[in-house]
Design a protein around this ligand. Structure first.
Ligand SMILES: [Zn+2]
Length: 416
């Protein structure tokens, strides 16, 4: 028994999609249901590949609407870190369930996460049915690198069995940033990642002071610093990269690392620069798109952020061709970064896809990709399918009311 979608539109053509065993078994004109299949009549709705949110802190939905006008460090030090010290598993579970619901509603089927209590995140991801790559944040700004190592091992002891049980989940390491993790610990994390073949997510080159601090302390810019510590490779995901210079972009490209741009979080925290996408593309850097946490965005609607990404690039370059719609869309689906795991619409691939609302006013006229990038938000998504499982149909996610209510309760408990 599988899932079959009929009468969807792909590149203007009426197609069917049959899914079995979590994969697309057949896609194209004339593909129909087998006896016993669950069926969806798409009614002419556009069929598109899903989005990959390359950087977030899912449970920070609990912090939405709190300290929204503060600069980065006062926001972290006054609003975020004191409350994070009080978080328990149920807070993270319901905050993540809320984030998953929001991402499923707006067309994301895989997100890269860095947050506390990763076991609770893994449980929420499994219950929501979405895909995630999860790493616990690693810090040793207090000088206690032994504690960092214990915490890294403890988090992997939770995440690796969870990933073995749930094929939609992947374990990662997540050193927070070069200014919150010591040189020795970064080197140790790079070695652990290499030993276990784990992706490593890190915030890098988000603000100009971070770059200045790196030069003052280590005598080099952030990318060569990470490279010297063995962390710059094809398993590395660098969130932000706003201040990477041309030499750093060439180095990141040569090592095969991925940069995930988070344009809305960068603008909200007013970092004062724009990720240099045209130079990154010219250098051959793998690039993805992320929302960052809801605490600094405040939305997890990657489709809405895609417009900001494209417009920020055009504006910064004073050139409307600096990032064209088809290229922006490719970045948002993960197709410009092998590490992110883009899922193409093709037989034999995982059965992850979206059906858009056939009657959505934003996408009915003109080129669909241009409409998606410049006119749409996540509200145009009607149906979200992951591994052949329907997570949302007709804009409805089963159990959403409870998720919203429980997450609000948890935020209230924390005094947010
Ligand atoms: Zn972040």
């Amino acid at each position: 028994m599988g899932l079959t979608v009929t009468d969807a539109r792909l590149d203007g053509e009426a197609v069917g999609v049959r899914c079995a065993g979590g994969l697309i078994e057949a896609i194209g004109p004339g593909v129909g249901a087998q006896p016993g299949d669950e069926t969806i009549d798409a009614g002419g709705a556009p069929l598109v590949a899903p989005l990959v949110n390359g950087h977030t802190h899912a449970a920070m939905t609990l912090f939405r609407g709190s300290g929204g006008d503060l600069p980065l460090m006062p926001w972290l030090e006054e609003r975020i870190w004191p409350v994070e010290a009080k978080l328990d598993d149920e807070d993270v579970y319901w905050g993540t369930r809320l984030a998953c619901a929001e991402m499923i509603r707006s067309g994301t089927t895989h997100f890269w996460d860095m947050y506390w209590r990763p076991g609770a995140t893994a449980r929420a991801v499994a219950d929501a049915g979405i895909r995630a790559t999860i790493g616990a944040p690693l810090f040793d700004a207090d000088g206690d690198s032994e504690k960092l190592r214990r915490w890294a091992h403890e988090s992997l002891e939770v995440l690796e069995p969870a990933a073995a049980e749930n094929p939609r989940l992947r374990a990662a390491l997540a050193p927070h940033a070069i200014y919150t993790v010591s040189e020795g610990s970064l080197r140790w994390i790079a070695e652990l990642g290499a030993e276990r073949g784990l992706p490593i997510q890190i915030h890098l080159s988000e603000t100009a002071p971070e770059v200045e601090g790196c030069i003052a302390e280590h005598g080099e810019r952030p990318a060569p610093y990470l490279d010297r510590l063995g962390m710059l490779n094809e398993r590395a995901l660098l969130a932000h990269g706003v201040w990477l210079d041309p030499e750093e972009l060439a180095l990141v490209a040569a090592r095969g690392a991925t940069v995930v741009s988070n344009p809305v979080a960068n603008m909200k925290l007013a970092v004062g620069g724009v990720f240099p996408y045209p130079a990154a593309r010219a250098a051959g850097v793998a690039v993805g798109l992320g929302t960052d946490g809801a605490g600094s965005n405040d939305s997890l609607d990657l489709l809405a952020d895609l417009k900001h990404f494209a417009l920020a690039q055009k504006h910064a370059a004073a050139d409307p061709t600096a990032l064209e719609a088809a290229e922006a869309w490719a970045v948002a689906t993960g197709a410009r970064a092998p590490l992110l795991g883009a899922i193409p619409l093709a037989a034999g691939e995982p059965a992850d896809f979206l059906l858009l609302r056939a009657a959505a006013p934003e996408i009915g006229i003109g080129d669909l990709t241009e409409d998606l990038v410049y006119a749409a938000t996540g509200s145009v998504v009607d149906t979200t399918v992951v591994a052949g499982e329907v997570l949302m149909r007709g804009g409805e996610i089963p159990g959403l009311d409870e998720v919203v209510a429980r997450a609000a309760e948890r935020a209230h408990r924390l005094g947010l």
